[in-house]
Design a protein around this ligand. Sequence first.
Ligand SMILES: NC(=O)c1ccc[n+]([C@@H]2O[C@H](COP(=O)([O-])OP(=O)(O)OC[C@H]3O[C@@H](n4cnc5c(N)ncnc54)[C@H](O)[C@@H]3O)[C@@H](O)[C@H]2O)c1
Length: 238
Amino acid sequence: MKIALIGYGKMGHAIESIAKERGHTIVSVVDIDNPEAFDSSQFLSADAAIEFSQPQSAYNNYLKCFERNVPVVAGTTGWLDRWNEIKSLCDKGNHTFFYASNYSIGVNIFFAVNKYLSKMMNHFPSYDVGMEEIHHIHKLDSPSGTGITLAEQILGNIERKKQWKESVEGSKEDLLIRSKREGEVPGFHEVIYESDVDTIRIQHNAKSRKGFALGAVLAAEFVKGKKGFFSMNDMLDF
Ligand SMILES: NC(=O)c1ccc[n+]([C@@H]2O[C@H](COP(=O)([O-])OP(=O)(O)OC[C@H]3O[C@@H](n4cnc5c(N)ncnc54)[C@H](O)[C@@H]3O)[C@@H](O)[C@H]2O)c1
């Protein structure tokens, strides 16, 4: 496949090496200093563009891909206030857009376990539920996109929790998320159920960025030749 990269930072580099390992060609690399590359023949020839840039630039980059009819695999987090706009532009223009708050296959297994466990724990009000996420100090958004996905899954299943709150204290109805920024941690997420008599914890700990990069390349392979708005559920079919 011909792949364009938008954003050539930590993730862009990790994706480049996995894509090459899987036999793909990186035809174009766009970063903040060379937006003119969007109009190059190489970019226009791409079967998919994989976008991992920054929260404030992601939306415009998606529009540029739509305008050029290049399918997008979107990895940047922190832009979800514009979700409805992107969904509607994708649908109206018959474009291709794939988004995952976390491309790691392991995290998506963790999401499935989180859904299952929270459904079960709805019937056990003696347990309070909380979350912790830890990322490297360069991360711009907080809580993490993965943390928000986990929180929304829990809120969808546990009736005694009404909203998530990024804090160490709140009311009984708040699902508290403790976000920490430490060193170079690639991504740690934990969901904790606590009663007077015991604790149940489920956690995912990424050892490197490789798992996210592989998932993004698999998503690019998945969207080839498809139109529509896709997520990991479409690709993994749990
Ligand atoms: N969905 C996932 O699985 C997943 C996994 C890891 C990281 N992320 C997210 O991906 C994003 C990037 O992460 P990173 O660790 O590579 O960050 P990074 O800071 O290392 O790299 C970001 C790159 O984007 C570039 N950039 C800035 N503005 C741009 C613009 N207008 N156009 C093109 N490029 C631009 C920067 O110059 C930089 O090279 C973050 O939002 C992060 O939270 C998502």
